[in-house]
Design a protein around this ligand. Structure first.
Ligand SMILES: Cc1ncc(COP(=O)(O)O)c(C=O)c1O
Length: 386
């Protein structure tokens, strides 16, 4: 049989997948590993999509997305994210995953380097590999709550660096970048002629403060910033596979042609759901946000009670728990916790070397599971630390 392309080997096995595979072999496991909201998609969104599907021919949508959704997204991005945009700046994509991959294909030459956060979402190195580029991890440090430091990134630039990926609020740490550091990073990118790909997937999952997106208050047509957003987390719509990419109108046109050539478009029914999400009542999204905030407080309360350190998350759906005092690495800790206490979490090493010494606990599960899971976590931690 002929061999597959080398590209198939450019995608590492995800550490979350490894844990999920192991979890399937253990009965009654508490699932604290996945960032998939446990809520139903709000009823008005599902209803609007169902009504539309029942009454309309399901034809091909335009490659960049239906005009009314691009218009609504431009309005949302302008008012909520302070990125003054028009419909021509928007491509509706298959999740933020689709948006990020298209952004990489649009700016990276094969062999170019892109700096990716470490710890950071495991999807980045995988899609960089698929795009034929090289992912170079930039280290984020627990000492400052894993926030980005522009001067650290400047030291890593080489003549081959073509882009920097930024994710705030962060998966897995929940850290929100300091707006001053973000501004310094944008100035650096402008000075050195480098793109910033901003993963704004959790832009509306922010607990105590306001979120400043990388592209906020910049001129979209001239700034070197491309922003990827998602419906997945804000509206509990992971399965609808809907996101969007916001960029200059010229780059957006290139992205539309790349989307046409690769996947054609996001599904029509999902686009109608997205339109209802943006135009309908926002209370369900606000209620889910308060539930996540409450779970964050429950989780940190239990960890405090047991004297276990963690990074206090300002946003996203995770608590990054510090297990360095246990004396075992994150993979052994997560595997032991799963085998011995039936609690599935994600080892920090799954997000890069700088994530080792930490365990990611997801807030996208019921409060009861979170309480029970963290109580067992604390008992396991105590047993290992003696
Ligand atoms: C940081 C980050 N970026 C992107 C994604 C992908 O999101 P989507 O469901 O919109 O493809 C995720 C999903 O968990 C994520 O955590």
């Amino acid at each position: 049989m002929p061999l597959p392309s080398s590209r198939v080997h450019a995608i590492p096995l995800s550490g979350i997948r490894e844990m999920m595979n192991l979890a399937m072999t253990i009965p009654d496991v508490l699932r604290l590993e996945i960032g998939d909201p446990d809520f139903m998609t709000p009823a008005a969104i599902t209803q609007a999509a169902t009504d539309w599907a029942q009454n309309n021919r399901m034809g091909y949508p335009p490659n960049a997305g239906i005009p009314q959704l691009r218009e609504a997204i431009a309005g949302k991005v302008t008012s909520i994210n302070a990125i003054a945009s028009k419909a021509e700046n928007v491509n509706v994509t298959i999740g933020a995953t689709g948006a990020l991959y298209l952004a990489m294909l649009a700016v990276l030459e094969p062999g170019d380097e892109i700096l990716v956060p470490d710890p950071g979402w495991a999807g980045y190195p995988a899609m960089v590999g698929l795009a034929g580029a090289i992912a170079r991890p930039y280290r984020l440090r627990p000492e400052n709550g894993f926030q980005l430091v522009a001067s650290d990134i400047e030291k890593m630039l080489t003549p081959s660096t073509r882009a920097i990926l930024v994710n705030s609020p962060s998966n897995p740490t929940g850290a929100l970048n300091d707006p001053q550091e973000t501004r310094a990073l944008v100035e650096l990118a402008e000075r050195r002629g480098i793109w910033i790909i901003a993963d704004e997937c959790y832009d509306q999952i922010v607990f105590d403060t306001t979120n400043a997106c990388v592209g906020a208050d910049l001129d979209l047509e001239s700034a070197p910033v491309i922003s990827a957003f998602s419906f997945s987390k804000t509206y509990a719509m992971t399965g609808w596979r809907l996101g969007y990419l916001v960029a200059s109108s010229t780059l957006s046109q290139h992205v539309t042609r790349m989307q046409a050539a690769s996947v054609a478009s996001a599904a029509m029914v999902s686009q109608m759901a997205g339109l209802a999400a943006l135009q309908g009542p926002q209370e369900p999204a606000a209620e889910m946000l308060s539930a996540y905030r409450h779970r964050r407080d429950v989780a940190t309360g239990i960890l405090d009670e047991h004297g276990i350190a963690y990074v206090r998350p300002d946003g996203a759906l995770y608590v990054f728990v510090d297990i360095r005092s246990s004396g075992i690495d994150s993979r052994d800790f997560a595997t032991g916790l799963l085998r011995e206490r039936a609690v599935c979490t994600t080892p920090g090493i799954a997000f890069g070397e700088s994530g080792d010494g930490f365990i990611r606990v997801s807030l996208a599960c019921s409060e009861a599971d979170l309480r029970e899971g963290l109580t067992r976590f604390a008992a396991f931690h105590r047993q290992k630390s003696v």
